[in-house]
Design a protein around this ligand. Structure first.
Ligand SMILES: [Zn+2]
Length: 293
């Protein structure tokens, strides 16, 4: 059975994956300051411990993989620019290795074992510190020319000079308002600092309602433009905040109605992923291993 790896800025999660089921799971912290070789060694060691007889490995990474297998710079992990993670791991493990962006891997899992059973064309939206996405059109996960397809967080939703700055260095991106730092900032404007969205949800006060409004309006405004182009069957939300979708769905819908080119484009189902926190490792295990590396 293949092993799926979901690697982020804080940890490496690995699982033996049987369809949509995990047969073994392991997790270690990522020491990003140690450099690419140490991270790749840690991933290889995790694979050997989990199942030395596995026949294939798939890795979901926090960044984009270009068509030639080299990754683009990883925003939260220094030193990986131009590193061919697939080839590096193949050399360490002597196994076929597939590598792709974590949101694309999660979209693949959703396509195989989640809402993909109901909707042929959908966008998976990952809600967290950043806003990412994976596009499935007519049943196929789309990577685009350079692996950037579905990188939706930096769609412009405010072009005024007062627009909020984004982590990408520009202003007015959807992520600046809908990502965790932007939501925490909005809540703090109500005179009280809370460090997590979970705590803000639990507080359930006027600030919480304003956070849900900002999140929904930002997402709805950006997603309206995206759906004007893609004409999807559904939008699927994942990440911790997706559990609170009923609290901000009405704001997304309202913004969609304001911005959609035609009424049907504002009426698509908005749903939470069925796969939860393991979508990344499940999708990773199913990444194609025959792409160039
Ligand atoms: Zn941005």
């Amino acid at each position: 059975m293949p092993i799926g790896i979901d690697w982020g800025g804080t940890s490496i999660k690995a699982a033996i994956v049987d369809g949509a089921n995990l047969r073994g799971f392991s997790r270690v912290d990522t020491d990003v300051s140690a450099g690419p070789a140490a991270v790749l060694d840690a991933i290889a060691a995790l694979v050997r411990v989990l199942d030395p007889r596995t026949d294939a490995v798939g890795v979901a990474i926090p960044g984009e993989v270009r068509d030639d297998g080299r990754c683009w710079k990883l925003p939260n992990v220094p030193g990986f620019e131009d590193v061919n993670i697939g080839a590096e791991l193949q050399a360490r493990l002597n196994l076929p290795v597939g590598v792709d962006n974590d949101a694309i891997a999660a979209a693949l899992a959703e396509r195989l074992y989640g809402h993909g059973g109901t909707y042929k064309s959908f966008l998976l939206v990952t809600l967290g510190t950043g806003i990412g996405g994976g596009i499935v059109l007519d049943g196929n996960v789309r990577r685009g020319a350079g692996g950037f397809a579905g990188e939706i967080g930096h769609v412009l939703i405010d072009s005024t000079p007062e627009a909020w700055p984004c982590g990408c260095g520009r202003r007015g991106c959807m992520e600046a308002y809908a990502g965790t730092p932007g939501l925490l900032k909005r809540y703090a404007e109500f005179g009280r600092h809370l460090p997590t969205i979970k705590q803000i949800a639990d507080a359930n006060d006027a600030g919480t309602e304003e956070v849900w409004r900002q999140l929904g309006v930002a997402l709805g405004t950006g997603l309206a433009s995206i759906n004007n182009v893609l004409d999807l069957d559904a939008i699927v939300f994942t990440g911790g905040v997706a559990n609170s979708l009923p609290a901000f769905e009405k704001h997304i819908r309202h913004a969609l109605k304001l911005r959609a080119f035609a009424p049907p484009l504002a009426e698509l189902p908005l749903v939470a992923s069925k796969l939860g926190e393991h979508a990344g490792v499940i999708g990773a295990a199913h990444l194609p291993v025959d792409r160039k590396s």
